[in-house]
Write a protein that binds this ligand. Structure first.
Ligand code: HEM
Length: 429
């Protein structure tokens, strides 16, 4: 299946009266790009009736909306179809924490939390992480390298990003707390999924509340015995007159798991598929360390895992020829924007030698991704280890047989069976 294939001409196309756009469809999960291109060419500012929202696919429009804080907000409470959580729902400690996600904060409140978050993830901190990233990649690969086969999604992609954050926080390797942290990350995804029933969601929230205690316990421990880790940094920021509440730190950690876990995990899966489809680029990535950081950017550009970034009009405004009412939702497709010919030449070509045209795959303006540096380094380091150690790596099966899916926020492969020459573990059993 080629992303460059034109959209099926037989099915209704944007602008046709019977065109139905479904962001959660199997077709979208597998390959959204023919549809996104058709939208960009035929209806770049598309009124999406089923979602009562505007859907933007041009780079210039996406960047303009995400960067215009005065006209648009990311705070859902401004949405004219907003359903406020009931008091009973808000009484749940996890729902309360999720409600103060950094992505939906605004103004001074956002600036304050963002300062705390970016202080912890500065360039320097990210660079210091490289040895940790290398060790962790080896640890995960050791678990399956002798077998000569693995499911890359299950055995590597979904573990690596969340375990990096876990170790970054100062959680002991292979500890009960590390297991709790992983469960927390998995359950966080469940609570946002529309595929789960009310009861399942409730169960996931209750379980999260239990596992969050491990994070709270770590916080208390670090208060008494500071270390050289992210949790200590977060507590210190709290101590230096910034007055961050314990719950704010926990909410921030949940935001980091939510915003950084699944996106990076899916980038690993989607990225490896493209490298396997383009063996000469896989070899280049493996053999030339100088291309790896830009290559990671190209992977995210070419296969952006995030489905959308939503904004809400603060007041009546105009988008091109269209009049927007206050509170209307505007959905920015960063994925579509990354394949706009106005941004890059020959956008449907995957080319890891490409220099990044801009950084908009990580957002624009106030909510620009605080993990952008970290994500690029994770992808560069993780892929380097996988490709160096899994000699002769190939897909075990057909590209068309890869199952795709995801959650409301991100898409990617659900499994990726690989075969390779069995290798040696680096560490002793
Ligand atoms: C390939 C991987 C990633 C991609 C493509 C990505 C993309 C994005 C985008 C597009 C936004 C802006 C969303 C918006 O404006 O609505 C964003 C925000 C954010 N990202 Fe990432 N991200 C990635 C990895 C990470 C990682 C590894 C972390 C942290 C460990 C992270 C943490 C965040 C946070 C906390 C925000 C919200 C910032 C704010 O609201 O001020 N992301 N990301």
């Amino acid at each position: 299946m080629q992303s460059t294939a034109p959209a099926d001409r037989k099915s209704p196309r944007p602008g046709d009266p019977d065109f139905v756009f479904d962001l959660q469809s199997a077709e979208y999960d597998r390959d959204p790009y023919p549809l996104l291109r058709a939208l960009r060419e035929r209806a770049p500012i598309f009124w999406w009736p089923e979602s009562q929202a505007w859907y933007l696919t041009r780079h210039a429009d996406v960047v303009a909306v995400l960067g215009d804080d005065a006209t648009y907000t990311a705070d859902r409470r401004h949405w004219n179809h907003y359903n406020a959580p009931s008091e009973a729902e808000l009484a749940h400690p996890v729902v309360r924490l999720q409600a103060s996600n950094i992505l939906s904060l605004e103004g001074r409140e956002h600036t304050r939390v963002r300062k705390l978050a970016s202080m912890a993830l500065t360039r320097r901190a990210v660079r210091n992480l490289e040895p940790l990233m290398r060790d962790l990649a080896d640890e995960l690969i050791d678990a399956f390298v002798e077998r000569g086969s693995c499911d890359f999604v299950r055995d590597f992609a979904w573990s690596y990003p969340v375990m990096i954050v876990s170790r970054l926080l100062g959680i002991e390797p292979n500890s009960e707390r590390e297991r709790s942290f992983r469960v927390l990350a998995d359950l966080d995804g469940v609570t946002f999924s529309p595929m789960v029933s009310r009861e399942e969601r409730q169960r996931a929230l209750d379980q999260m509340a239990i596992h969050l205690e491990a994070v709270r316990a770590l916080m208390e421990e670090k208060r008494g015995k500071p270390g050289d880790d992210l949790m200590t940094d977060l507590i210190r920021a709290e101590a230096e007159g910034e007055r961050f509440e314990s719950d704010e730190i926990i909410a921030l950690i949940l935001s980091i798991i939510a915003a950084g876990g699944a996106t990076t995990a899916q980038s690993f899966g989607l990225g490896l598929i493209e490298l396997l489809r383009h063996p000469e680029q896989l070899a280049l990535f493996r053999d030339d360390p100088s291309v790896r950081l830009d290559a990671s950017h190209e992977i995210a550009r070419y296969q952006m895992p995030g489905r959308f970034s939503a904004r809400y009009a603060r007041h009546a405004t105009r988008l091109g020829e269209h009049a927007l009412e206050p509170g209307q939702m505007v959905i920015c497709s960063v994925a579509a924007a990354q394949r706009d010919p106005a941004l890059v030449d020959d956008p449907e070509r995957f080319d890891i030698r490409r220099k990044p045209a801009d950084t908009s795959v990580f957002g624009v303006g106030r909510h620009f991704c605080i993990g952008a540096q970290l994500a690029r380094l994770e992808l560069a380091t993780g892929f380097a280890h996988v490709l160096e150690r899994l000699r002769g790596v190939r897909l075990d099966g057909d590209f068309d047989a890869i199952p795709y899916g995801g959650n409301p926020a991100v898409r990617g492969p659900l499994g990726l069976p690989l075969r390779f020459e069995p290798g040696r573990r680096i560490r002793a059993h």
